[in-house]
Structures are given as C-alpha cells and as structure tokens.
Design a protein around this ligand. Structure first.
Ligand SMILES: Cc1ncc(COP(=O)(O)O)c(C=O)c1O
Length: 382
C-alpha cells in the first residue's frame, strides 16, 4: 500500500458518537487485536494447549515484527513492560562520570527523567535540562547543548505535549562525535513517525505499545545496540538464560544468556494474553506502512492546525512538529474546563502542560473533526 490511507474506522470498535482525538493518551485496540487477545485469554483456561515451545514462538514473532518497524534485527530487541523499564535498563548500562551531563528536555515525560536523576545521584553526574526553545527548534537547541562533558542524551523523537520534533539522526551524529550515548523514548512516535535505528544509531530505544503502536497496555519493546549486548539485565529470570528451551534442565543453572538483547527481557515475557494483540497491531502497522500512516496523519493535522489558526489558536509550525502529533496553544493558556466541555460531548482530547493535544489516527473521520470544531467554537464563543 502506498500513499494516503483511507479512513480505517471499520477496523476499530468505536461508536459513531465518540470522537477519539487522543491517541497520544491511548489508542483503541483494533477488532483484530481484540479477537487475538480474546483467543489468547481463553487459551489460559486450557493450559494443556500451551506447550514449552509456545513460551518462545510468539515472543520471537513479536520481536521480529518490532525489529522490522525500527529497521533492526530480532536479536537486537528485548521485551519489556513499559518505557520506564526500558529506561531503567539503559540507565543501568550507560556510564556517566562525576561532573558529566545527562541531557533531557524541558517538560519531558517523567518515565524518561527519573531514571536519569537516579543515575546522576549515583554517579555525581548532572541532569541538564534543555530549555524549551522560543522558536520550537528543539534540534538546534539540543545541538547547541552538546559538548565533550555530555555523557548521555535521553530524548524523545517528538515532545509529548505538542509534537515538537527532535531530529534524532542529526543529534545522534553529534552525540557520537562528542563520545556520548543516546537513549530514546519513542513511545509518542513509533508506529506513526518513521524511524530507522540504522540511521539514528541509538544505544537504547524503547516504545510502550499502547499508543501509536496500537497495542495493549503493559507491553513494550526495547532496541539495544549490539555493543551493549553484554550488559546487565534488571532482573534475572530463567527464560533469558541459555538453554531455557529445555524445561527439564532449568536447574542446570547457567551463567550465559539467550543471544543478543534477549538477556534484557522482563520476567514472564512470553505474556500469552498480550503478545498476540501486539502482534496483530504491528502486522497491521507494517501492512499500512509507517510512512503512509505518517503522511495521512500529517495531512489531517495540518488541516486541523490551519482551521485552529483561523480561530487564533497556534501550534508548533510544520517542519518543527512531528506530522502525526498536534498540540494546540491558546493565547493565555488552555481555557479552564475546555477539555471537560469537549468530553461532555464525547469529544476526547488531552491537556498536557500548556497545550491541548489533538491527536487523531486513521479511525477518525472528517465528521469527527467538524464536531470537534463545532464544540470548540461554541465553547470559545466564536
Ligand atoms: C513520552 C512518553 N513516554 C512514555 C510513556 C509511558 O511510560 P511508561 O510506559 O513508563 O508508563 C508516556 C505516556 O504518556 C509518554 O507520553
């Protein structure tokens, strides 16, 4: 499939009167993923249908699907429950000397901040927050801040409040020149904004699956650069060890691990109920194509931004905003109670910081957008 994608609402179970413009908070699960999940839950009622090989089959298939989305190989992917878990692995495996700096962005999502504060406290490094640039050019602001004393940059691909774009390829190259590491939280972009680890070359990159990956809650994936494959996992579970396929020999304790990034897998990573849901979602994303998803959502968001501009509402300009993501900025802040007034009419957006996120996906219709603006204009008395 190539080019703009027509509305895919039929693949989702969204009642006609619901306007879900809040993928940045949580995506709805597709009907196909729900069916896969229901079948998976029912399987646990009959554990005799789950054999030792099943502890590996779906995990490996999911690993390969995620790898395809980020341009990696399956050996470079670990299975994690959350973005914060991925960042905990990154922060425990990246060095930071006393006096060195760890870069984060102003107003960055906490799951990609607290781990670095811990590392700084442990090592005597310092978390250095890049201030929000007045011209929304995060890339220039970050590049300016990179120096030889930077040990790590812990960054998103787009700012979670308003979609402010971070050019990770440029920043990755500058960090490598400075001898610094790059940890990426791609939770608010992966699946809807193309990203290729062969070009960005992060040390670690994590994405929770329940937003733009259209997957279930409590599951995520972590890309780990091969140079860290000898690192230390957060937990020491049986299945990450070499030879775990042989259930009869698990107490022949082993010091060696499953190959590649698998050593970082969370305990009970086989996750029989969630994995098939994530796999169904990733297959659909690959079928649509992330580039096509991005192009389609970019056109949708640009139209919303233009219409909002007509009402005096600003947003990060095109080129400095990730196309799939939109945060509306009102002069004087988001009007008190606006989110609630919209929600009362079944129109769902989210207020984060000073922006109101309006984040459609392929399930939204033109009528959804018209309804959003009708209520917005009524609420603002325009
Ligand atoms: C940028 C970003 N990262 C991560 C998360 C989720 O973090 P976790 O998986 O640690 O709950 C969110 C949720 O809103 C987010 O916006």
């Amino acid at each position: 499939m190539a080019g703009p994608i027509p509305c895919q609402r039929a693949l989702f179970d969204i009642p006609e009167d619901i306007v879900w413009l809040n993928c940045a908070q949580m995506s709805p699960l597709m009907r196909g993923a729900v069916a896969a999940g229901e079948a998976a839950v029912r399987r646990k009622a009959h554990p005799w249908t789950i054999s030792p090989v099943d502890f590996f089959t779906d995990s490996e298939a999911a690993r390969a699907l995620f790898a395809e989305i980020v341009g990696a190989g399956p050996d470079e992917i670990a299975i994690v429950p959350s973005a914060s878990y991925g960042m905990a692995i990154a922060s425990q495996n990246l060095p930071a000397d006393r006096g060195s700096r760890i870069l984060v962005l102003d107003g960055q999502f906490p799951s990609n901040v607290y781990a670095w504060r811990e590392l700084a406290a442990r090592t005597g490094a310092r978390v250095d927050t890049v201030p929000r640039p007045a011209d929304d050019d995060w890339t220039a602001a970050i590049l300016e801040r990179i120096g030889d004393d930077v040990a790590i940059a812990a960054l998103p691909n787009s700012h979670w409040t308003d979609g402010g774009l971070v050019d990770l390829e440029k920043i990755g190259a500058a960090l490598r020149r400075a001898g610094a590491a790059l940890a990426v939280d791609a939770t608010q972009s992966l699946g809807a904004l193309p990203l290729d680890v062969r070009h960005v070359r992060p040390d670690f990159l994590v994405a929770a699956s329940y937003k733009w990956m259209l997957g279930p809650y409590s599951l995520g994936f972590l890309y780990v650069d091969p140079k860290h494959h000898g690192g230390t996992p957060l937990e020491h579970n049986w299945i990450a060890r070499a030879g775990s396929e042989d259930f009869t020999a698990l107490v022949d304790y082993r010091d060696d691990y499953q190959p590649g990034a698998r050593r970082f897998d969370m305990g009970e990573r086989s996750n029989f109920a969630l994995m098939p849901q994530a796999m169904a979602a990733m297959r659909q994303i690959l079928d649509w194509g992330v580039g096509n998803i991005h192009a389609t959502l970019s056109a949708r968001n640009e139209a919303i931004a233009a219409r909002a501009r007509g009402l005096g509402i600003a947003s990060v300009p095109q080129g400095r905003r990730a196309g799939h993501y939109l945060g509306l900025r009102f002069a004087g802040g988001v009007p008190e109670g606006l989110g609630d007034r919209l929600a009362a009419e079944n129109i769902h957006v989210s207020v984060r910081g000073t922006a109101m996120r309006v984040t459609p996906h392929l399930y939204n219709t033109d009528a959804d957008i018209d309804r959003f603006f009708a209520v917005l204009e009524r609420s603002l008395n325009v």
